[in-house]
Design a protein around this ligand. Structure first.
Ligand code: NI
Length: 180
């Protein structure tokens, strides 16, 4: 359980499609999962994808929480080779951050509900449904496996802000009726 360093925006591994994991139960993948858990805990993030710790493999961690601040002791779910399916057409926008893009937040539309299928860390199939923040985290992390970062999902780049300016931007967006 050793925290690893986190790739930052500009490192090409974040723009690379990650490879499927053939053997989740291997010692290498088990160590990677444990180290990613330590990395996520240290960074106090909501999710983490293996490419962010310089391993181009289809593995994510996601905190299964519906709202920010809920269950601060929640254990992250480890999903190997995850696949998402939107449930319904409803999209929701919210401010989102990324451990690879520190200090910035962007207003990002995501599906409100998604289904997920994956293998757990022992290689057993798991599936479920997620909504709200958990669905957002899953979409953000699976995007990492396809080389997609949250600014690439934004519909209006004016809605990108430093964390300590977000409240100013949010007020402006509400005034302008500009939250599309
Ligand atoms: Ni991220």
């Amino acid at each position: 359980m050793t925290p690893r360093s986190i790739a930052k925006l500009g490192h090409p591994i974040l723009l690379t499609r990650a490879a499927p994991i053939a053997d989740p139960d291997s010692a290498e993948v088990q160590e990677l999962i444990d180290d990613m858990r330590a990395t996520l805990a240290q960074a106090q993030g909501l999710g983490l994808a293996a490419p962010q710790v310089f391993r181009s493999l289809r593995l994510i961690l996601a905190l299964p929480i519906a709202e920010r601040g809920e269950r601060p002791d929640a254990e992250p779910l480890a999903l190997v080779n995850p696949e998402l399916t939107p449930l319904g057409d409803t999209m929701e926008a919210a401010f989102e951050g990324c451990l690879s893009i520190p200090e910035l937040r962007g207003w990002v539309p995501r599906y409100r509900r998604v289904g997920y299928r994956a293998l757990d860390r022992r290689g057993r199939p798991i599936s479920g449904e997620a909504e709200g923040l958990f669905a957002r985290i899953l979409q953000h992390e699976v995007d990492h496996l396809d080389g997609i970062l949250f600014p690439m999902r934004m519909s209006d780049l004016r809605h990108l802000a430093f964390t300590d300016e977000v409240h100013h931007l949010a007020r402006w967006m509400a005034q302008e009726g500009n939250q599309a």
